[in-house]
Design a protein. Structure first.
Length: 112
C-alpha cells in the first residue's frame, strides 16, 4: 500500500531554508545531498512506519515518528505523523538535529 506524502507549510519552508543554507543551487555535492534528503522523505510513502517514534511524541501526546537523514554530526530529523484513515504521511518539520526539540501542535497539519 502506498501513502500520500504531504509536507506542511512549515516542512516546505524548512526544505527551502536548507536548500539555501546548503547552497544547493551552486554546488553539485550540496544539490545531491538535498535531493537525497527529499527522496528519503518521499520514500516514506512505501513504508511510513519503518522509522522510530520521535522523542517529541510523548510531550506532544501524538504518534510522531522521525526519519533521520545524514551522518553525524549533521543529522537532520524529519518529524512526521501517519494518518491511517487518509493513508497520508504528514511531514511536520525538518531540522538540524543539534537544534532544540520542535514543538508540534495540531495546527501543524492545518487542523484546529
Amino acid at each position: 500500500m502506498t501513502y500520500l506524502v504531504e509536507l506542511t507549510a512549515r516542512a516546505a519552508r524548512d526544505l527551502e531554508i536548507l536548500y539555501r543554507e546548503k547552497n544547493a543551487a551552486e554546488s553539485g555535492a550540496a544539490a545531491r545531498w538535498y535531493n537525497g534528503l527529499e527522496q528519503s522523505v518521499y520514500a516514506l510513502a512505501r513504508f511510513p512506519r519503518r522509522c522510530p517514534i520521535a522523542p517529541e511524541a510523548r510531550k506532544a501526546k501524538r504518534n510522531l515518528r522521525h526519519l533521520l537523514y545524514g551522518k553525524k554530526p549533521h543529522i537532520y530529523p524529519a518529524i512526521y505523523e501517519v494518518d491511517e484513515r487518509r493513508q497520508t504521511v504528514w511531514v511536520l518539520t525538518i531540522r538540524h538535529g543539534a537544534r532544540r526539540k520542535t514543538k508540534v501542535s495540531t495546527r501543524d497539519r492545518g487542523e484546529k
